[in-house]
Ligand binder design. Structure first.
Ligand code: SF4
Length: 483
């Protein structure tokens, strides 16, 4: 089965996108619109929960936002002026409806719905303890741990219980919570995963990326700060910082690949940063070539930056068909191999006899890079050079990103020469970690201002449930066993 974009099959995958709105009529319809704009952050399942002032209503389904939430009957079943939603690609927990968010529970304090982007890196340890004390889990999701910690907290008010719960969890979390009293949006103290806040008339909106605000016609107000809880109750908005302050470490991969290029992250245009990474790459790894060719679509901004800095013409050497459906079931191996060409084909007339430099954002397993280089050679390229707009991905992510186990990461197995041979390129280079920081107007130094652990192995939190050899899949299986 091919996914939407076969070239995306060999990428790190962001796990989730979240969206919340408080104080707008038709909140669920607005949430569906916001989730559409965040679809790239999770394509496996989607859910929306609304609150009508008395009751919570939920619709959760496998598949894309379109098809599940473009139906009047579904949106009519989600009344109220407060709603939150979630798009998902699983990191922990099996692929099943019971893990699709928002998760909901009736607590002694009232209804509690939660949408989470990130991953709790001590969820298994906490879960074992909660189960021992009598908690009965309904899902295998790490997010449910937060619900049980709130439910079993000794504090009286919901807000105090929630803070108590968050003080026990490690890892990455951007959360939107709905209770009968209002909405709470928060980010973990390191701000690993993004969350922004906007306004639409009188309504307050939270979203993983600014592009979701744009699509709704909302105005970007600010990012939710690392370690901040924004509490919305009617027209009143409060902000508290209940955690010990630490230096923030947002995920640097948001600028490399995860966020849409038309989003603003950390006050910087994602598109501009990607172009700047390409320019850095041209400085660090020049090549004598006739054409700069982006690997569509995610390599495009870096390729423009590389072309502008190097003076080598930018050309579309790989043409993407926009008429191939989301999935395509191939009947056999031969056709499966050809499936890549159905979606992307080399622009043979352009490439024939040329020395080309291909620009991509990252290499994970290397399997797709190999196919692309082959595609260029079959189209008659004289030389094929590959330039990558991120450092080598050598370590797994435990913060809400789908990463293959470390043994499958090409850069963890092979040195540069080995990787070049593996993808059959004439040359291969990656932007340096210093070059990546430079593109973000930062310097890495001793105290890095971003999480860059998948490149450096410098994890910003303890990883209680894992050692580095553990895989996300193994974690999911262990979670299953605990369940
Ligand atoms: S390890 Fe850090 S930088 Fe890499 S994807 Fe995960 S959160 Fe992002």
């Amino acid at each position: 089965m091919l996914t939407t974009n076969p070239f995306d099959d060999d990428k790190l995958r962001e796990e989730c996108g979240i969206f919340g709105v408080s104080g707008a009529s038709g909140a669920a319809a607005l949430t569906a619109l916001g989730l559409h704009a965040l679809q790239h952050r999770g394509q496996e399942a989607a859910g929306i929960t609304s609150f009508d002032g008395t009751l919570f209503h939920t619709h959760r389904a496998m598949g894309h936002v379109a098809g599940n939430f473009d139906r009047d009957d579904v949106i009519r079943g989600l009344p109220g002026e407060v709603a939150c939603g979630h798009v998902r690609y699983s990191t922990t927990g099996e692929t099943a409806l019971r893990n699709v968010q928002p998760l909901y529970a009736d607590l002694s304090t009232g209804g509690f719905a939660i949408a989470h982007n990130g991953n709790i890196s001590n969820a298994m340890k906490l879960r074992r303890e909660l189960v021992r004390r009598g908690s009965i889990f309904q899902s295998t999701s790490d997010t449910e741990t937060i619900i049980h910690l709130v439910a079993t907290s000794n504090y009286r008010t919901l807000l105090d219980r929630f803070i108590d719960a968050l003080k026990q969890v490690e890892g990455a979390y951007s959360l939107i919570v709905m209770t009968p009293e209002g909405m709470i949006a928060c980010r973990d103290p390191l701000g690993i995963r993004p969350l922004v806040m906007g306004r639409l008339d009188g309504a307050v909106i939270f979203a993983s990326e600014t592009v979701a605000l744009d699509v709704c016609g909302a105005t970007f107000e600010r990012a939710v700060e690392p370690g901040e809880l924004v509490i919305v109750q009617g027209t009143e908005i409060r902000s508290i910082h209940p955690f010990q302050a630490v230096d923030a470490r947002p995920c640097i991969f948001e600028w490399v690949y995860f966020s849409r290029p038309d989003s603003i992250a950390g006050d910087q245009s994602v598109y501009s940063v990607r172009k700047e990474i390409g320019a850095q790459l041209a400085l660090e790894a020049p090549v004598d070539a006739d054409l700069v060719i982006p690997v569509p679509d995610s390599g495009v901004p870096a390729a423009i930056g590389y072309a502008q800095a190097s003076g080598i013409p930018f050309e579309l050497g790989i043409i993407r068909s926009h008429y191939v459906g989301r999935t395509f079931i191939q009947p056999g191996d031969k056709v499966r191999h050809l499936g890549v060409k159905l979606k992307h084909n080399a622009n043979r007339a352009l490439i024939q006899g040329k020395k080309v430099v291909l620009i991509d954002d990252s290499i994970v397993r290397g399997t797709t890079s190999l196919k692309i280089v082959q595609m260029m050679r079959e189209a008659g390229a004289a030389e094929v050079h590959m330039r990558i707009a991120s450092p080598p991905t050598r370590h797994s992510c435990f913060y809400g990103v789908d990463t293959p186990e470390r043994a499958k990461l090409l850069a963890a197995k092979l040195d540069l020469g080995g990787m070049t041979d593996f993808i059959h390129a004439d040359s291969l280079s990656f932007v340096s970690i210093e070059g990546l920081y430079k593109a973000l107007n930062a310097a890495r130094g001793d105290k890095p201002s971003y999480c860059d652990a998948c490149f450096t192995g410098d994890y910003p939190t303890t990883l209680t449930d894992h050692d580095e050899s553990a895989t996300v899949d193994q974690f999911a299986m262990l979670a299953e066993r605990v369940a």
